[in-house]
Write a protein that binds this ligand. Sequence first.
Ligand code: MRU
Length: 415
Amino acid sequence: MTTLEAIKYKRGELQVLDQLKLPHEFAYDNVSTCEEAFDCIKSMRVRGAPAIAIVAALALAVELEHKKDGTKQKADTIKYINSKLDYLMLSRPTAVDLSNAIKLLKKKVADTAAASLTPDQTLACADVRQSYIDGAEKILEDDLTANLAIGRYGAEYLRRQQMPIITPVKDADSLKYYTTSPPGTQGAPDRTYRKLSVLTHCNTGSLATSGHGTALGIIRSLHKMNYLDTAYCTETRPYNQGSRLTAFELIFEKIPSTLITDSMAGALFSRMKEEKNISAVIVGADRVARNGDTANKIGTYGLAVLAKYHGIKFIVAAPTTSIDLYTESGASIKIEDRAQTELTQITGAVVDKNGKVDVNTTARVAIADQRINVWNPSFDVTPHELIDAIITEKGEVVRSSKGTFNFRSLMPQRW
Ligand code: MRU
């Protein structure tokens, strides 16, 4: 295996990696109906804003490829598609990628139906179905292209924030430093820079997208360009997307990395500041409101406050499909509450006295008194004032001197 794939798709066949089993087991489930996709998303066997949208869109594509929906009139085919999409929409509420994908697909099939002039309704129904399948497949392809661009833009943005080391370190340790000419000054004499160390939260990599990832995509790109010192990842309680998924991806990609608990971020920032070795916090997004307020995994807001205090850049990496221009601010974003057992129980595998993990012994284990009341919001909202830049596949949007974000130039057609 050379790349991690959360989603495997070929026309008529969809397989989804069961992320509840990671990092102990690597198993794919066949998803061939919208009901199976709904369950897969709701139970978080697949998660991450882009991956949720892709699995929902492709599950219906698989159904349409096999079942031919049975309708006789194109209006009925559209009704059938729309009702399935409305159902999938209810699987998880916070990430906007799913509703953006659904809006796009509904419009595509409506436009196809309007343009289809054939009096033969069997043919017209087939056109509508095909148009849906093509649209869903394009969402998968576009996501990968977007992620690669985000990785590039993000790595370049962070590079541009760096100052060269005034007194170059003689025979600088190539693990800690890199040498190049300053950004935008081709041909200028090379300067020495300290490699970047960044912190990320939750999982925003290949497992959360069609591939490469958003925030983790930037880290991947930094590593590939040889600008990365260390990627720190938080455990990301309660669901542990950081320790179970991001740590797994970082190890898989051989990226120099260190895991911390969520509560260690403040201590890490003050230590790194002393050593002048902190560059940025990079996170993903589930929904970016029109004013830049960003809903992301619970704990993101706390990291942004800490980053501000320590003078560390706080960057959101998100495709434009995660931007919601219809929601004015974070105050209107619906935050999903999840089951209390996500806090009070955990899945683990037995470790023998030599530290060897027996992957065949996974079990659900109680880690708190099961009678305690629990509050388990899955996301929080980081106010735009705490965000320095939002990196999209179309480039970066930087907080203006007035403290605001403006997406007009990136998304003129949607503005
Ligand atoms: O609850 P999850 O695991 O779906 O939450 C995922 C996140 O919060 C991610 O940061 C976000 O969806 C972006 S993934 C590219």
